[in-house]
Design a protein around this ligand. Sequence first.
Ligand code: KG4
Ligand code: ZN
Length: 334
Amino acid sequence: MTNEIILAIETSCDETSVAVVRGGKEILANVVSSQIEQHKQFGGVVPEIASRKHTEQITYVLEKAFKEANVAWDDIDAIAVTEGPGLVGALIVGVNTAKALAFAKNKPLIAVHHIAGHIYANRFESEFEFPLLALIVSGGHTELVLMENHGTYELIGETLDDAAGEAFDKIARALDLPYPGGPHIDRLAHEGEETIEFPRAWLKNSYDFSFSGLKSAVINFIHNEKQRGNVINKADIAASFQASVVEVLTEKTFEAAMQYGVKQVIIAGGVAANKGLRKAIVDKFSDSNIDVYIPPIQLCTDNAAMIGAAASILYQERQFAGWDLNAKPSLPLI
Ligand code: KG4
Ligand code: ZN
């Protein structure tokens, strides 16, 4: 194990986070300042508000991380930051902070892909065994990524429209539940029954996903029920909707894991908190010899420690970024 100490910054969406990570596996501090309260009243993330909040929070979060980790600038070997993908105005705050600090303190700068970060969140839990398959499901992402080794990523499937979390949030909104809706749907789903047959977009011979047809079907169902004057059974709708999302995610992950003969499957991103998905994936793989790992919730959602873990691999390979580093809102995962 290496023992470099990396200061990591994550500001790609609505969490301002700074972490201090040793050797890619040990969290010395992981401070996360969430903006959910600010965005809640609008029913989703407002990019301009996100940028402004990051600017307000970043110095405070940085100071808190230093205090918690009990480190000084001399202890820091490199500064890592999420360069993309994400909201451009939000990413810029992290990238510029990292560049300014790296320049002022004469430290190497490391640019990290946000999805690589989500995958490496699991390295705090267990060592990777390759080949490895990661399912990343969050408010902004739904991706199946194959890794043959550290730092190599092959995107084998992604959503063609809405991200899984986005679908949860939109259905929650249609059911008058607060933002973010995923946890509310999850809770209700366990109180209801799967009484409605909503569609599953299998997209045959592909590991891609699509949730827009399902979203329209659920919204139409709610609309029709309301027009008929029927009482909406939110719990049954939540259970039926969640069953459709969970089945597609689970089956596609299983098929891909079999085809590529992987040793490990990792589930990451905010939707990995979903109880139905966790149980379905664990059950599906229980008879296989593939190990399934799901990081603890606080490492599944956006945080800077995961960026520090992914950066550790780049640090060892001396893959440093130049002063021309910029935010890349649609950065592909290569
Ligand atoms: O990873 P994350 O914190 O932020 C992004 O990078 O997007 O994921 C947030 C998403 C939201 O869409 C939220 O509704 C969803 O994760 N989520 C859940 C659950 N907890 C959070 N979705 C389904 N079930 C949950 N229990
Ligand atoms: Zn994320």
